[in-house]
Design a protein around this ligand. Structure first.
Ligand code: UD1
Length: 425
């Protein structure tokens, strides 16, 4: 088992290259299943989620190779074994994104419930109901979904999601690209990663349009062709480094990111008092906190894009421990996404957890090093940020969660002047 040992208190300065977005690339790998022609993805992050999906797609019978550093070369000629094993799905919920493209192209797939048997938490019922509307038959037995398209192929349908779902929207888009007729998705997700997926599919020959704010229309086509596509920059990785600069009172330029995708986060920076310069044309965001501005407490509520991202609620909480006054957090998307706050308490943060969705943070409080444990990807980023801001040394376990979504995080932090080591423990 590996751990991070971090000694905090050093201002981070310099430049960092932001990797391609995890939440886009996984869906683009799934999009490559829709054609027997070669698809090449560029700016693919070296993260373990990509490695897991790559292995899983290889087991199905597709060829998925790393080439030229940051590229991934995919040829989905035939699905010899249209089955996703439970171990893979437990490691990565996003494996469920194969449902739509496998049904569209091969007419069948067997997938586990990605939450294992924890039905009720992060369910996939919207995905299943949408595919059924498109004519698929889906039977759930012994923890697996046995899904089959009707003999003539999936049919276009009207899908209205009861609440905004990112992967649900993407699964339906993928399924609908080759369905008979037109599919209309209402209450669709607006995330930039969804638009980047649509851009890729369009170059493959798909006919997809956003026809109203939360409406997407897809006209099915007979076949899709290969493509080359560059994955957009990871706004969540960028926001993590932006906070690292702010919390250590440093100055960091983030390259390879469109600041226009970070509107809600930058709005919060304005309210807190974190100075930054955004240059969309240069794909750069510079955060400059070396003059030590006083940070102000804020009230945060997570919402679907363009609202404040749930994924960024945890990392932001570290900054709130350093803001003057009482901040509040309201998590509206997922229940139980406040666990990291208990670890922050162990590092000296003044946190009150009001219920499973709400908390209050009083600042500023000095943070001190501690032994803490990571429970999920974004909580991992949070504890690393806290350790960078703390006095003394922290030992962080559970870092495999961080490797799921952050490419070489310690190398990037070391290049900015952080003291962080990965050790075998
Ligand atoms: C994606 C992101 C994740 C982010 C989340 C919300 C990926 C790989 N992951 O997850 O990082 O935190 O969007 O922005 O892109 N829901 C149901 N039934 C369903 C589907 C969803 O009840 O069938 C609920 C969820 O429990 C949650 C809400 O809908 O409360 C939104 O979830 P969703 O947008 O689907 O999250 P993901 O796409 O899985």
């Amino acid at each position: 088992m590996q751990k991070f040992v971090i000694t905090g208190g050093r201002p981070l300065t310099g430049e960092v290259r932001i990797a391609g977005a995890k939440n886009a690339v996984l869906k683009m790998m799934a999009a490559a299943v829709l054609t027997d022609e070669r698809c090449v993805l560029r700016n693919v992050p070296k993260i373990s989620d990509v490695a897991i999906l790559r292995e899983l797609m290889t087991d199905i019978g597709f060829e998925v190779k790393r080439s030229n550093g940051d590229a991934l070369d995919i040829s989905a000629t035939d699905a010899q074994w249209p089955f996703v094993p439970l171990e893979a799905a437990l490691k990565m919920r996003a494996s469920f994104i194969l449902l739509g493209p496998m049904l569209a192209r091969f007419g069948r797939v067997i997938l586990p419930n990605p939450g294992g048997d924890r039905i009720g938490r992060r369910p996939v019922d919207f995905h299943v109901a949408a595919m059924e509307r498109m004519g698929a038959s889906i039977v759930y037995r012994n923890g697996y979904y046995f899904a089959a398209a009707p003999s003539g192929g999936l049919r276009g349908a009207h899908v209205e999601f009861p609440m905004v779902t990112v992967m649900g929207t993407e699964n339906v888009i993928l399924a609908a690209t080759m369905a008979h007729g037109t599919t209309v998705i209402d209450n669709a997700a607006l995330e930039p990663e969804v638009d980047d997926l649509i851009a890729m599919l369009t170059t493959m020959g798909a006919r997809i349009a956003r026809t109203a704010e939360r409406r997407i229309e897809i006209e099915g086509v007979d076949r899709l062709g290969g493509t080359e596509h560059r994955v957009l920059g990871d706004r969540l990785e960028a926001e993590t480094f932006a906070i690292a600069a702010a919390i250590t009172r440093g100055e960091v330029a983030l390259n390879g990111i469109n600041p226009e995708h970070m509107g809600a986060f930058l709005g919060v920076c304005d309210r807190i008092g974190v100075p930054y310069e955004a240059d969309a044309a240069a794909a750069c965001l510079r955060v400059r906190c070396c003059d030590g501005p006083e940070l102000r407490a804020v009230d945060i509520r997570t919402d679907p894009y363009p609202g404040f991202a749930t994924d960024f609620q945890a990392p932001l909480s570290v900054l709130l421990t350093q803001a003057s006054g009482v901040s509040t957090i309201h998590e509206t998307i997922f229940e139980d996404r406040l666990d990291h706050l208990r670890e922050l308490q162990r590092m000296g943060a003044a946190v009150e957890i009001l219920d499973e969705r709400r908390a209050r943070i009083t600042g500023p409080t000095p943070l001190h090093g501690a032994e803490v444990s990571i429970a999920d990807l974004r909580a991992g980023a949070t504890l690393i940020l806290a350790a960078l801001a703390a006095t003394g040394t922290s030992v962080i376990s559970g870092i495999e969660h961080v490797d799921r979504g952050y490419e070489q995080i310690e190398a990037k932090l070391v290049a900015l002047g952080a003291q962080i080591n990965r050790i075998e423990a």
